[in-house]
Write a new protein. Structure first.
Length: 519
């Protein structure tokens, strides 16, 4: 493997000599026009053109990377075939081959595992000297720095840091509310009243009680569960400044008690656990879904899609109903950043690769990452980048339209919420504004790093607890079991599977996180 790479490098070097030679002659002749191959001197990283091998799975377009190459003289070549659909398999095959490309874009957690074995470079050892833009960003964002720092204190991967405060929000059939003379629910009691009215008063006007008042994609009822003052999964409980788990608390018992009652009364999708990810298409498209909790950008598309099919269809974003303590807040939050570049320890271009990662934190790098190439994907209007009409009218989803041009790929960089905003439908913009202006949004949870030993415990014990929790939740909501009767046994069973040990591991990791953050 190594040998093959050397041979390729030698061939490349021969090509490079030609390139750098013509580069010299250009410098002497100032009349030569700049071509697309001429590096922009201000951001040039290397005198000779360097091509880094890149491992990138998922939709990948090279337009943006080519422009970065023109500016930096560092180009990337994605070695993953476009036909690859199984990212995990591709990653494992790549690792097993022993030939790790110079740059690898993959999940931080997986990168870390291989980094402990020496496959990837500890980036923190280079950042001070070679990456001023990254250093500045991490110094200004100690919480983000702590979230990407491994349990051993090193940074092995720098993700695409997410931007924007909003994630999911509540959506309701405003035209149904109007028809029934109701207002959007602002408390848990009002939520019950509205869902009950949707169920019993035939808002779709077909003479049958076929309405499904509340539904949610992906077997998840956090939209309602969170109204009992808890969040999904492991999270920081602010009053105790420690990590707790949402389904391991008395509040959760209360939430499930209420939801199972609502389920019995037909207020919750009867197929909540089996309907799958197409719940919105199915239930909104058939004019029977009333309310949900989901992502702004995608949920807002249905007004446009269904306006000719369902008269008066208006699926509108509304403020979260206050929780049982009267607090109005949104439980979902964006992640800090889950995937970005790592640098192979075998790379012959480690320093160049790190400088290249730093370019994506510079001003032109950040613009390129979020908006693409000026003149091609966007133009400046009053000094601000605005996507071209041609590009915005793409029939592809935002993510596909972007990725196929190489915009907002999982590089080491920072996402820009304004770019996303330009793609949002009016109802999504309205929703995002409602949630941001009123400060409903939750902050991202810290991303924690575990030692190999801790990971071993989590992978066995947590899997068992998680499976059991999901199983019990379904039984309770579907009315097969009674949550109040089962509760003590449920807690004891979680404990016997290792829940206390799991929480201790999480809190140890959280302590390390806080230490990095306060450094
Ligand atoms: Ca009906």
């Amino acid at each position: 493997m190594k040998l093959t790479k050397k041979i390729i490098s030698a061939a490349l070097a021969a090509t490079l000599m030609v390139v750098s030679f013509s580069g010299c002659s250009e410098k002497e002749n100032t009349n030569v026009e700049r071509t697309n191959d001429t590096p922009d001197l201000a951001y040039k990283i290397s005198d000779k053109k360097i091509t880094l091998d890149l491992f990138y799975t998922g939709t990948y377009g090279s337009a943006v990377d080519d422009e970065a190459g023109r500016l930096t003289n560092i180009y990337v070549k994605n070695v993953v075939p476009a036909s690859t659909t199984d990212a995990t398999n591709a990653y494992n095959v790549m690792l097993a081959s022993g030939n790790i490309p110079d740059l690898v874009s993959y999940s931080i957690t997986d990168i870390e595992k291989e980094a402990f074995e020496g496959a990837f470079v500890a980036l923190d050892e280079y950042i001070d000297e070679l990456a001023p833009n990254i250093k500045k960003f991490l110094d200004e964002n100690p919480d983000k720095k702590a979230s990407i720092t491994s349990y051993d204190g090193h940074i092995y991967s720098i993700p695409l840091f997410e931007a924007g405060e909003t994630a999911a929000g509540y959506y309701i059939r405003q035209d149904w509310l109007d028809k029934l003379g109701l207002k959007a629910p602002t408390t848990v009691d009002e939520l019950y009243t509205v869902l009950k009215a949707f169920k019993e008063q035939d808002p779709n006007g077909n003479g049958i009680q076929d309405e499904i008042p509340f539904f949610q994609r992906s077997m998840n009822l956090m939209g309602i569960i969170s109204r009992f003052d808890l969040k999904d999964g492991f999270y920081v409980d602010e009053s105790s400044d420690s990590i707790v788990h949402g389904k391991y608390s008395e509040k959760y018992k209360m939430a499930i008690e209420t939801i199972s009652k609502w389920y019995k009364e037909g207020l919750i999708d009867p197929d909540i656990f089996t309907r799958g990810s197409n719940a919105r298409e199915e239930l909104l498209g058939n004019d029977i879904g009333g309310m949900t909790h989901d992502w702004f950008a995608s949920t807002s598309r249905y007004n446009e899609q269904l306006k000719d099919k369902i008269e008066g269809f208006n699926f509108a974003p509304v403020a979260p109903p206050a929780d049982i303590n009267g607090k109005v807040w949104e439980s979902s939050a964006r992640m800090v950043g889950v995937r970005g570049y790592a640098v192979s320890a075998d790379s012959e271009y480690i320093e160049e690769a790190i400088k290249y990662m730093d370019f994506w934190f510079s001003e032109p790098g950040l613009i390129l990452q979020s908006y693409g190439v000026e003149g091609k994907h966007f133009n400046y209007v009053d000094g601000a980048p605005v996507f071209t009409d041609e590009y915005l009218s793409s029939t592809k989803s935002m993510n596909e339209a972007w990725a196929s041009e190489g915009i907002t790929l999982y590089r080491s960089s920072v996402q820009n919420f304004d770019a996303e905003r330009q793609w949002m439908a009016p109802a999504a913009l309205e929703g995002a504004k409602l949630y941001i202006d009123n400060g409903y949004c939750s902050k991202p949870q810290p991303q924690l790093s575990f030692s190999p030993d801790e990971k071993k415990v989590l992978s066995t014990k947590w899997t068992a607890v998680d499976t059991y929790m999901k199983e019990m939740e379904q039984k309770w909501i579907l009315g097969k079991n009674d949550v109040v009767a089962d509760w003590n046994e449920y807690i004891e069973t979680c404990k016997s599977f290792g829940m206390e040990e799991i929480l201790k591991i999480y809190n140890d990791a959280y302590t390390r996180y806080k230490e990095v953050k306060s450094k």
